[in-house]
Write a protein that binds this ligand. Structure first.
Ligand code: DUC
Ligand code: ZN
Ligand code: ZN
Length: 489
């Protein structure tokens, strides 16, 4: 008779707060004990010389999702979740994306049907609201939030999905009333539209002009506007995939004023630049994503924001499209930059890249690495403390890292279905060698050990982080606006 199903011995455990040497005892899929010299486990893993970290919580990825062009992403819930777990991630929260005119309930049912039989690790969904009709906002959304879909994304650009400021306010009001976190894609639609038209009319259609059309100013302006909408509504907001210092500065200023404005950045804004979109022929299309990668100065700014806490989370924005007519080049072999499917893959390399260049090079410490890749996403998305930490009672979602292992990245070693990686040839130091999902050894010695469909759907709480401050603008405060009640109750 053993006390534990699994014991991880002799490792160095790190959480978002502390680093300490101890064994981890796992029982019934949860962490049951942390301590020295734990009793025997049914299975034992020797983690001498290894780091024992919470499995990553990937809060931004697009899996089995139809793009606004109607292009299906290259990864389904099997390849997407397998790729995630090989990269040290044990929870994914992709999007359930509403098509215009579609009922949100139907959207969620469709995603359940896709994910249920395929996911190998636990998953939830953020909703994407592209059609905030009365029915959706008044009935479907509130019911879904109560069912545990406590976050949703809205877009300020993309013809098929964008909301105007009025609609944004309606969405924020609904989130405030029902208790959900709003994630915002903040780029100025008309600036992109105007620049794109002028560029293409002038014969500048190649992939590299994608980066020109999505200006820094347009991202900064939209971040500023989104923050003011959030301020007016006294409703927290997360600005996703920030790529510019302009947007980061807007966010930092709002945070300094005490607003609950959260932010995310992604590997493509640390490791790629607009020069990558200027590769031979159409190869630059592989790097087209929105916002686009910028330049070395912007990369440095993003590192600053990761180190000083402006960014709460580091996500991949894995948006996988093959470099062929099923994906990137769906509109033909030489599309204009406007016709290229937007997005880069990164779900498997998110953690190794940040570990190697961040922790390994002294830009962030190990605890901030854990916070950025696991704990903060779990907190923002209503999964903490079940996910995102190593604590008694938490799910035993653990990645055991060899901090010395050097790996030269090539797509052939990855597990997604994309056919290329933007990080080909890059060498990283530090690798998640064993990954445990709810106590199950999911990856060991390069082998997947869990079955399709064994991941569980995660209903999520309404997180403390998303609760309004209760700090109303004068115009919203009945005591100071001649008694008018404007805000939703
Ligand atoms: N931009 C997005 O907003 N979503 C998916 C991929 C991308 O490039
Ligand atoms: Zn986006
Ligand atoms: Zn995205």
């Amino acid at each position: 008779m053993t006390d534990f199903d699994l014991v991880i011995r002799n490792g160095t455990v790190a959480t978002a707060a502390d680093t300490f040497a101890c064994d981890v005892g796992v029982r019934d899929g949860r962490i049951a004990a942390l301590g020295e010299g734990l009793a025997a486990g049914g299975r034992e893993i020797d983690a001498t010389g290894m780091l024992v970290l919470p499995g990553g919580v990937e809060g931004h990825c697009h899996i089995e999702q139809l793009s606004s062009f109607g292009v299906m992403s290259a990864d389904d819930f099997h390849s997407g979740s397998v790729s995630a777990v090989f990269g040290g991630t044990t929870t994914i929260i992709p999007f359930a994306a509403q098509q215009k005119g579609e009922s949100l309930r139907r959207t969620v049912e469709d995603y359940h049907a896709c994910a249920g039989p395929k996911a190998v690790i636990d998953y939830g969904y953020h909703l994407i609201i592209s059609d905030p009709s009365e029915q959706v906002m008044g009935q479907e959304l509130p019911a879904l939030i109560r069912d545990g879909f406590t976050s949703f994304k809205v877009y300020m650009t993309y013809d098929a999905m964008r909301l105007d400021d009025y609609q944004m306010l309606e969405v924020l009001a609904a989130a405030r009333r029902e208790g959900a976190l709003v994630m915002v894609h903040a780029e100025n639609h008309d600036m992109i539209r105007w620049l794109s038209e002028k560029l293409i009319d002038g014969g500048n259609w190649q992939p590299k002009y994608h980066a020109v059309s999505h200006s820094r100013a347009g991202e900064g302006e939209a971040a500023h506007r989104a923050i003011q909408l959030s301020r007016l509504m006294d409703q927290p907001m997360l600005i996703v995939h920030v790529s510019t210092e302009q947007a980061m500065d807007e966010i930092r200023r709002a945070q300094d004023q005490g607003l609950k404005i959260y932010a995310e950045t992604c590997p493509q804004y640390l490791f790629l630049t607009a020069q990558d979109l200027d590769r031979d022929g159409m190869d630059g299309a592989m790097f087209c994503c929105s916002p686009p990668p910028r330049d070395a100065a912007a990369q440095e700014a993003m590192w600053r924001g990761l180190a000083n806490g402006t960014f709460a989370i580091f996500s991949s924005d894995h948006a996988p499209y093959r470099f062929d007519d099923s994906g990137k080049l769906h509109a033909g072999p030489e599309p204009t930059f406007k016709q290229i499917a937007n997005g880069v893959p990164g779900i498997e390399l998110r953690l190794p890249l940040l570990f190697s260049e961040g922790v390994g090079k002294g830009r962030i410490d190990l605890n901030r690495f854990v916070a950025l890749t696991a704990t903060n996403a779990a907190k923002l998305y209503g999964l903490h403390p079940r996910k995102g930490t190593i604590a008694i009672g938490s799910d035993a979602d653990i990645a055991i890292w060899d901090p010395e292992r050097e790996v030269t990245v090539s797509h052939s070693m990855l597990h997604d279905n994309v056919g290329y990686t933007p990080y080909e040839g890059r060498t990283v130091k530090g690798w998640p060698v064993t990954v445990i999902s709810r106590g199950r050894v999911a990856v060991m010695e390069g082998e997947l050990q869990v079955a399709a469909g064994s991941g569980e759907f995660l209903g999520r709480d309404f997180p403390e982080a998303a609760r309004p401050l209760g700090r109303l603008e004068p115009e919203m405060d009945p005591a100071r606006n001649f008694g008018a009640e404007i805000l939703p109750r």
